[in-house]
Design a protein around this ligand. Sequence first.
Ligand SMILES: [Zn+2]
Ligand SMILES: [Zn+2]
Length: 280
Amino acid sequence: MLLGAHISISDGIDKAPERGRKLTCDCMQIFSKNQMQWKARLLGLNEAEDFKTKSREFKIAETVIHDSYLINLGSPDKALLQQSREAFLEEMVRAKHLGVRYLIFHPGAHMGAGEQAGLKKVAESMNWARKEFGSGDVELILETTAGQGTYLGHSFEQLARIIGYLEDQKNVGVCFDTCHVYAAGYDIKTKKGYEATLELFDETLGMRYLKAIHLNDSKGKQGSRLDRHEQIGKGFIGMEGFKNFMSDERLERIPMVLETPAGDKKYKQELKALRSLIRG
Ligand SMILES: [Zn+2]
Ligand SMILES: [Zn+2]
């Protein structure tokens, strides 16, 4: 299994691989800039090259980027939508410079415009960004959401509809966040529920679209629609639920990262606990 965590870039992007390795990460997720600001400082050429060199040196097999939380590709507000699209395109360019294949993002929120309009808007935004950027190099990875408020992407069916509207259905995929999927109502805790949920994913989207996994326990119950991550094993999903993922051979090559609340303080311990479940 390719296990890792969301690693801070506070000391510089090129310091992240060593930081990840110290926490026993085989793969990792990063923000490519301060995620709470629209503007990003330009990446230095050396910074990107150092990041790639250090990733090899510290044996980080794969890094994925999570986009800024400010971006809403489904916004009905024209100005906000344009600002989001431009920032998103910038995220794609940064991913390319860093040699990162997957850009993970939340589809967006319709803000009252309705589900159908929102899903279409997200796809239009992705089509726009793809055209501006050109094909290949960076794949756009839609993250499953918990479905709080007017957030889109809380059902596999909604994600399939977005993909259905895309002009390029190749360079696209899905990131399965365990906390979000569970809070959105799917059972992944029981063995039977897990199998049924993955089967549904396969029927609705296709397993080939599963490109990344966020491993988070959930503070909210199944169907609570609460996006509140918990330490692995301390929430409602529990070790029982994570055992399903760790013993699933289909997931062997998929990057799986923690986004749990204690961060660096507990990552090592949580990764150890997860690894103990592999073929256990
Ligand atoms: Zn996310
Ligand atoms: Zn996530």
